[in-house]
Design a binder for this molecule. Structure first.
Ligand code: ZN
Length: 436
C-alpha cells in the first residue's frame, strides 16, 4: 500500500455547481482519494496510520484540483505540428496532412503519442480521449507513461480493414476493464467519411461490446451542406436516424447545430466536445455552446489534434473557449470562469461515462490531480482564485501531477520520461519522415 498526503493546500474539489475553495489536506491510498478535509487532525492521523511509507507534499502556496480531461485529441499528430499552417482546410489536408500521414508507421504513431503525453502531463491533463489509427500503439504509450486514456478504434471507409485489426488487438488487451487506466470507444471518423453500412457495423459493435461512440459531427458548413445533399438531413438527424446517438455518444465539434439538433442531442443524452482553438484556427466557426448548455447538453473540452491548435494546453483552451463564447454572444456574463473548469473536469468525466469516480476531489474517487503553484505574479492579488485560474493560469504553473495515485510530474518535471532524448528522437524522426 502506498500513501500520499498533500498538506495545508488550497483545495478546489469541483464537487458543486458553485465554486468552493478551502484550505485543507488530501490523503491518497493506492489509486484512490482516501480523505479530503479542512481538519488538520485528520491529516495527522492519516500520516500516523500510513507510517513511514507515506509521501508528504507541502501544499503551502499551492492549489490542488482535479486533473484535466481532454475529450478530443489526435495525439500522434504532434509529428505534424507546425508542418503546414495558414492554409485553406482542403488544401491543408490534401497537400500536406494526408500525404504525411500516409507515410507514418506504427512506431511513428508511438513516438508522436509519447511527445503528446509528455506535453499533456506537464500541463495538468490526466486523461485524454484519442481518435487516431493504430490505437494499440497508443495503448502501449499510455501503459508506459502512466497517463489515463480512452482509446477510440478509428475508421473511415478507406481504412476499415486496418480498423478491424486494431480493434481486435485493443479488445484482447483492454476489454472489460483489463487495464486500470485504459478504456475503449469506437470512432467512426465522421458521417462524410464513413458509409451507412460501416456506421451500422459500428452500431452493432457498440451493442456487442457496450462501447461508447466518438465521432466528428457538424464541424464545418461544407459538411452540413454535403450531408443535407446526400441524405436530406443534418448530420445529427442522420446519426439519430441510424440510432447511433445515446448517452455513450461523444459528438465532437457540433459547430453547425440548429435548435432541432440540440433538442435531439439533449433527448439522447449525447455529450459534446468543444474544441475552440481548432475551430478558430481552421476557421470552422463557433459552436453554440451557450445554447447547448442551457438546453442541458453535457459539454466538455478538447484541444483537437496538435496540428490544428497547435498545442495540447488545456489551460489555454479553456481561456480561449471562454473568450470565444463571450465575443460570439456579445455578453461577458456567459460561461463564467468556474463553468469552464467544470467543462474540463466534471463534464469531461461524464462524457466518458466516468462521472461516478473521476473529475472531482472526493473520498473514494480516483486520485487524478494537478497541483498549481500560485506563487507567481500573475496569480496576485487573490481576489478570486477561480477567475485567476481560468483567466491567468498557464500550463507552466502546474507543479505536480498525480494519475491513479502515482506522482508523474513533480516540480514541473516528468518522472517517467527522459525528455531530452524524446525531443531529439522526435526531431530526427520527422526529418526522416519528410525524406521518405
Ligand atoms: Zn478531431
Amino acid at each position: 500500500m502506498s500513501g500520499i498526503l498533500i498538506k495545508d493546500c488550497l483545495i478546489l474539489p469541483m464537487t458543486g455547481r458553485e465554486p468552493r475553495c478551502y484550505r485543507g489536506s488530501i490523503g491518497i491510498v493506492d489509486d484512490r482519494i482516501a480523505f479530503v478535509s479542512e481538519d488538520p487532525v485528520l491529516g495527522e492521523r492519516f500520516r500516523q496510520e500510513q507510517g513511514k511509507d507515506v509521501r508528504e507534499i507541502d501544499g503551502r502556496g499551492r492549489l490542488v484540483m482535479p486533473g484535466f480531461i481532454n475529450i478530443h485529441n489526435h495525439a500522434a499528430m504532434t509529428l505534424m505540428r507546425s508542418y503546414a499552417d495558414d492554409i485553406p482546410l482542403m488544401r491543408w489536408l490534401n497537400d500536406y496532412i494526408w500525404p504525411f500521414e500516409a507515410k507514418l508507421t506504427r512506431d511513428d504513431v508511438r513516438l508522436g503519442t509519447e511527445l503528446a503525453v509528455a506535453e499533456m502531463l506537464l500541463g495538468g491533463t490526466t486523461t485524454f480521449v484519442d481518435m487516431y489509427w493504430r490505437q494499440e500503439a497508443v495503448g502501449e504509450v499510455v501503459e508506459r507513461t502512466g497517463i489515463r486514456a480512452v482509446l477510440s478504434a478509428t475508421f473511415t471507409d478507406a481504412q476499415f480493414a486496418d480498423f478491424e485489426k486494431d480493434l481486435a488487438l485493443l479488445l484482447e488487451r483492454y476489454a472489460d476493464g483489463r487495464h486500470p487506466r485504459i478504456q475503449l470507444m469506437l470512432s467512426p471518423h465522421a458521417v462524410y467519411s464513413c458509409s451507412k453500412e460501416h456506421l451500422l457495423q459500428a452500431k452493432e459493435l457498440r451493442e456487442r461490446y457496450g462501447f461508447g461512440v466518438n465521432i466528428h459531427v457538424s464541424e464545418t458548413k461544407d459538411e452540413q451542406r454535403m450531408i443535407r445533399e446526400r441524405y436530406g438531413m443534418t448530420p445529427v438527424q442522420y446519426l439519430d436516424s441510424l440510432e447511433l446517438l445515446d448517452a455513450r455518444t461523444l459528438a465532437v465539434h457540433c459547430v453547425y447545430v440548429d435548435e432541432q439538433d440540440i433538442e435531439i442531442l439533449k433527448r439522447r443524452g449525447v455529450s459534446v466536445a468543444y474544441n475552440p482553438q481548432s475551430n478558430m484556427k481552421i476557421s470552422s466557426g463557433i459552436a453554440p455552446v451557450v445554447k447547448m448548455m442551457s438546453a442541458g447538453v453535457n459539454v466538455g473540452i478538447g484541444t483537437d489534434g496538435p496540428c490544428s491548435n497547435n498545442d495540447l494546453d488545456m489551460w489555454d483552451e479553456i481561456r480561449s473557449g471562454s473568450f470565444l463564447q463571450k465575443v460570439a454572444s456579445e455578453d461577458p456574463c456567459v460561461v463564467p470562469a468556474y463553468e469552464l473548469l467544470r467543462m474540463a473536469t466534471v463534464c469531461g468525466a461524464k462524457a466518458i461515462g466516468r462521472e461516478a469516480d473521476l473529475g472531482q476531489i472526493k473520498a473514494g474517487m480516483v486520485a487524478d490531480l494537478q497541483i498549481i503553484d500560485l506563487r507567481k505574479p500573475h496569480f496576485y492579488p487573490q481576489h478570486d482564485v477561480v477567475a485567476n485560474l481560468v483567466y491567468c493560469a498557464k500550463s507552466s504553473d502546474v507543479d505536480t501531477v498525480i494519475v491513479n495515485g502515482e506522482i508523474l510530474v513533480e516540480g514541473g518535471r516528468l518522472r517517467r520520461f527522459d525528455l531530452p532524448t524524446l525531443l531529439a528522437d522526435v526531431q530526427q524522426r520527422v526529418e526522416e519522415i519528410v525524406r521518405r
